[in-house]
Write a protein that binds this ligand. Structure first.
Ligand SMILES: CC(=O)SCCNC(=O)CCNC(=O)[C@H](O)C(C)(C)COP(=O)(O)OP(=O)(O)OC[C@H]1O[C@@H](n2cnc3c(N)ncnc32)[C@H](O)[C@@H]1OP(=O)(O)O
Ligand SMILES: O=C([O-])CC(=O)C(=O)O
Length: 380
């Protein structure tokens, strides 16, 4: 076999390493975090408990959970120089650029930045977990010329995230839908951003560098950026609050047929691993349905159904997690560009669990390439 024949573009189908963090099984359409089905975790556990499960391999005891909750609640405020760095960025720059910059500055601030012991790595992961929501909230509010809302220690992670962003306590239904989205977004084996984090870690670089790189990979619309792109599609079709579900569905269907006729890729559909539907979609769709009911916005369901149905009929390609997540965040009131930074806040858990795992059994990640440039030649 020649070198060229061995090439698998995009590493499709290539098994690169072991992982004990999560199992994505396209045959059974399931996703397990450390052995637990993600649907069970989304139904019964807080995001804080899921984070500890991903990092430690086991669900926390009550005492472990309380210790972490108290650490998380007391470490939420942004450092002054993180705020200052964000303020130097244009208000209309992409919020993913803000998130990437903020994590980089947090790394420079951290006293254990260069300490890669398991204890220091875990401490840094928890620190990022606690602080990143304030980056999203700060940026969302600065984009709207609103004053900063300080974190509140009497609220849990999801309640406080929404409080800092919108300056009011969210209804329990909204908090729960948000929590579910964080649990579902937390981890997904060797996706592009996690793999990026592992590649960076494999050079023995530091945790914040790995997370900063992962954010860059997540930004693209073929990966995390798709949740934002889904909402751009909804806006392009046109969201008309007064419209019936059926009318909205018909317009969405026509839009999709036209897009596919033009051979467009429609973000929020398809997946590298799942070919028969994303294991997380039914749970996220149920959360979206609750938000649609809560906000009384059945026309959004029409748009959702119309696109899904037309894509299914034309190409049999199913929605991925970004498809129901985008409209859910829209209904909650986030600007469209803030959706992928929310994904960062969730995926910090998975990324940092993988960074720990990579470090514990490291090998430099350095594949080969088959050269197809000019034959050897010489300067005359
Ligand atoms: C949380 C996440 O990151 S989930 C993923 C989020 N990304 C998106 O939603 C982006 C849109 N989807 C896609 O681009 C793709 O489905 C990917 C990148 C996610 C996976 O792609 P791959 O496994 O590389 O498959 P690939 O892109 O080759 O698609 C296979 C075929 O399905 C088509 N296809 C796949 N997804 C889509 C889509 N969203 N819209 C239209 N056609 C699609 C491709 O055009 C291709 O058709 P062809 O064989 O006629 O050329
Ligand atoms: O696994 C992937 O390739 C993308 C994905 O769904 C995720 O990262 O959640």
């Amino acid at each position: 076999m020649t070198e060229t024949e061995e090439i698998r573009k995009g590493l499709a189908g290539v098994v690169v390493d072991y992982t004990a963090v999560s199992k994505v099984n396209p045959e059974s359409n399931s996703l397990l975090y450390r052995g637990y089905p993600v649907q069970e975790l989304a139904a019964q556990k807080s995001f804080e408990e899921v984070a500890l499960l991903l990092w430690n391999g086991e669900l926390p005891t009550e005492a472990e959970l309380q210790e972490f909750v108290s650490f998380e609640r007391s470490n939420r405020a942004l450092d002054e120089n993180v705020k200052a760095a964000i303020d130097l960025l244009p208000k209309n720059c992409h919020p993913m650029d803000v998130g990437r910059t903020a994590v980089s500055v947090m790394g420079a601030n951290h006293p254990k930045a260069e300490d890669s012991s398991p204890e220091a790595e875990l401490e840094k992961a928890k620190h990022l977990f606690a602080k990143f929501p304030a980056v999203v909230a700060y940026d969302q509010r600065r984009r709207r010329d609103q004053d900063v809302v300080e974190p509140r220690e009497d609220l849990d992670y999801s309640q406080n995230f929404l409080w800092m962003t919108f300056g009011e306590e969210a209804a329990p239904e909204v908090v729960d839908a948000f929590r579910v989205s964080m649990v579902l977004y937390a981890e997904h084996s060797f996706n592009a951003s996690t793999f990026t984090a592992r590649v960076i870690t494999s050079t023995l670089s530091d945790l914040h560098s790995a997370v900063t790189g992962a954010i860059g990979a997540l930004k693209g619309p073929l990966h995390g950026g798709a949740n934002e792109a889904v909402m751009h599609t909804f806006h392009e079709i046109g969201i008309r609050k007064e419209e019936s579900r059926e009318e909205a569905a018909a317009r969405a269907k026509a839009w999709m047929e036209d897009a596919l006729a033009q051979k467009k890729k429609v973000m929020g559909f398809g997946h590298r691993v799942y070919k028969n539907g994303d294991s997380r979609v039914p749970t996220m769709k149920a959360a979206l349905d609750k938000m649609i009911e809560y906000y009384g916005r059945s026309e959004m369901l029409g748009l959702y159904d119309g696109l899904e149905q037309a894509m299914g009929e034309a190409k049999n390609i199913k929605p991925n997690l970004d498809y129901p997540a985008g409209p859910t965040y829209h209904l909650m009131g986030f600007d469209t560009e803030m959706f992928t930074p929310i994904f960062i806040a969730a995926r910090i858990t998975g990324w940092t669990a993988h960074i720990q795992e990579q470090r514990a059994a490291n090998a430099l990640i350095r594949p080969l390439s088959a050269y197809n440039g000019p034959e050897e030649r010489h300067l005359s």
